[in-house]
Design a protein around this ligand. Structure first.
Ligand code: ATP
Ligand code: MG
Length: 574
């Protein structure tokens, strides 16, 4: 996180969207300076401009929180603009998913919903104007020739033989392009800038190409579509954006952004670049996420292992935790990799106080409590959240046959193993002390049952009158009362920090990223676990009923995160 603007080292403000404190950063400093000099008449207008060619991921969340957060903080507006200039890859499914995700994150574009395709007429007129001003021409080189003529970082490009067509000729050809009288790929409209520029972006960039492709909004009206660099600055200008915030890979494009607006002498927002989010053990690129979906490495865009907002939401991440994360990582001018454990940390911080605690056994081992009557059961009182007394208590059933976690027993425990062993006594949380007397195995030698006794004087899990202490407290459920449920455990999607380090990132997919346990035993109250409610399973982590695969009375749980806060450890070392 070197170079990041750490939360807390600067003044903070209240963000009306979520009543959250937002930390300051270099972009806000620029905006505050512009407000002081009245550069835009006191206006602050930002935009979030996704291309509807995939689902949003947590990198987009950084941009959303930044753009909408700024608008909220400075009483400005933030536009949601679909940058839909490439119909080949875009669809209405993505448009709808993006809207849902932005709303879920907690932001509201109010009436400011725009589509670049709404400006196709205006953009066409601007192109005609550029031609008239001698600043654009129709080039008939083949795409290969254009590439070859572009030159390299060390060598200047070569001018196209079509570069000096007359204005009339260009106007006529451009009109033919638009009317569908020319073949796809036969020519393009280019800006006439400088083929020797040290910035390759400025070597007569393409503004329009012919593409016979229906558009999800404009149908077959157009067969020419504008390029991103051309459409983007003009859309910003038409919407009177003040600060056009984008990621660092557009630094070199800023010169073109400015050139186009100056060439047309239109309203001119300022482009500001910041470092995109890179997150360890995952990938943040729609193109590559599409590959994971299409090649079925995951179950879909909303697979709970995906870094998409829909995946994180389904897994059980909350919008507040993601906003908190985006605030903590700050906004910097240099690229860096953020540890995914910071994201988990933000979720734990929230759920530790808000999620009710319950007991569930993931790998059940049966215990028969021999001195507990067969036909008896009783209710014991359990605390819902020790961090928050107001969450109260609940009653859970205890009886003669219970389950504990298989890992919590060892027949011949080593020194440091404090849990249950033969001849040992432990506490069952909220219930009783039990002592193990016998181990029952199947033919293969696997332990299938433990025989224990309980001490009636330890009811509630309390220390008995003789003051005897135990070293471990175990979670448990009563066999006859428990519900059976599927629980899904997740690990990082990739087994290396930076999967992009090799040419085929799918080589690094983690084969253990999903473990589905189908025979888990949970306390009976979880039968009606509601979607949208998080639980802490004591000692095991935070769990969330899967919104797709749960049905009434039959919850399927996702583990959102374990209880181990590796971020807190990393922070200590820093
Ligand atoms: P991807 O590389 O995932 O396809 P993109 O930049 O092509 O991303 P867009 O739909 O164009 O996707 O992105 C919309 C906005 O989100 C842009 O302003 C872009 O800069 C921003 N954005 C995309 N990825 C990140 C990221 N990892 N961190 C911060 N902002 C991002
Ligand atoms: Mg993009």
């Amino acid at each position: 996180m070197s170079g990041e603007n750490k939360a807390g080292d600067d003044k903070t403000h209240t963000d009306p969207a979520g009543k959250e404190k937002a930390s300051s950063n270099f972009i806000k400093h620029i905006i505050e300076a512009d407000l002081k000099t009245d550069k835009y008449g006191g206006r602050v207008v930002t935009r979030f401009p996704p291309e509807p060619n995939g689902y949003l991921h947590i990198g987009h969340a950084k941009s959303i929180c930044l753009n909408f957060g700024i608008a909220n903080q400075y009483q400005g507006t933030c536009h949601l603009r679909f940058d839909d200039t490439n119909p080949l890859k875009e669809s209405i499914e993505y448009v709808d998913a993006i809207k849902e995700d932005v709303r879920w994150l907690g932001f509201d574009w109010t009436k400011h919903l725009y589509y670049t395709s709404d400006y196709f007429d205006r953009l066409y007129e601007y192109a005609v104007e550029l031609i008239k001003r001698g600043k654009a021409y129709v080039d008939s080189l083949t795409p290969e020739e254009i590439r070859a003529f572009r030159g390299t970082l060390n060598e200047p490009g070569k001018e196209s033989p079509y570069r000096n067509r007359t204005v009339e000729e260009n106007l006529a050809l451009f009109e033919k392009m638009a009317k569908g009288e020319l073949e796809d790929g036969s020519c393009v409209l280019r800006a006439k800038i400088d083929m020797a520029s040290s910035n390759i972006v400025m070597r007569d960039p393409t503004l329009y190409r012919i593409r016979r492709q229906d558009h999800h909004r404009t149908g077959n009206k157009w067969c020419i579509y504008p390029m991103y660099d051309y459409a983007h600055c003009l859309s910003d200008s038409l919407e009177k954006i003040t600060h056009s915030i984008c990621t660092l890979e557009f630094v070199n494009n800023r010169e073109l952004y400015d050139w186009i607006l100056d060439a047309l002498e239109v309203y001119h927002p300022q482009q500001i670049e910041f470092a995109r989010l890179n997150l360890s053990y995952t990938i943040l690129s729609k193109r590559r996420l599409i590959q994971l979906v299409e090649e079925k490495h995951v179950s879909g865009w909303d697979d709970p292992r995906m870094p998409t907002l829909s995946g994180l939401r389904r897994r059980g991440y909350t919008a507040a935790a993601i906003r908190k994360f985006c605030d903590m990582i700050g906004v910097a001018r240099r690229d860096s990799m953020v540890d995914i454990s910071l994201l988990e940390h933000c979720l734990r911080e929230e759920l530790n106080v808000s999620a009710p605690r319950v007991m569930g056994v993931l790998h059940p081992l049966k215990i028969v409590i021999e001195n507990y009557p067969e036909d008896q059961s009783e209710m014991v009182e359990a605390i819902n959240n020790p961090e928050d007394e107001s969450m109260g208590t609940r009653e859970i059933p205890f009886s003669r046959v219970i389950y504990i976690e298989r890992d919590d027993f060892m027949e011949n425990p080593p020194k440091k193993f404090y849990r249950l062993g033969l001849g040992r006594e432990v506490r069952l949380r909220y219930a009783y002390f039990i002592t193990c007397h016998d181990v029952i195995k199947d033919e293969s030698g696997e332990i299938i049952e433990l025989r224990c006794t309980y001490d009636p004087e330890t009811r509630g899990g309390n220390t008995p009158p003789d003051g005897r202490k135990v070293k471990a407290t175990l979670h448990w459920v009563s066999k006859s009362h428990a519900i059976n449920a599927e629980v899904r455990l997740y690990d990082h999607l990739f087994s290396v920090e930076n999967p992009m380090q090799s040419s085929d990132f799918t080589e690094h997919l983690n084969p253990d990223s999903l473990v589905a346990l189908c025979n888990c035993k949970l306390e009976p109250g979880l039968k009606n676990a509601m979607s949208g409610v998080h639980y802490q399973f004591e000692r095991l982590g935070y769990f969330f009923p899967d919104p797709m695969d749960s049905s009434p009375g039959n919850p399927v749980f996702n583990r959102v995160a374990t209880l181990r806060d590796t971020w807190a450890k990393i922070k200590k070392k820093m």
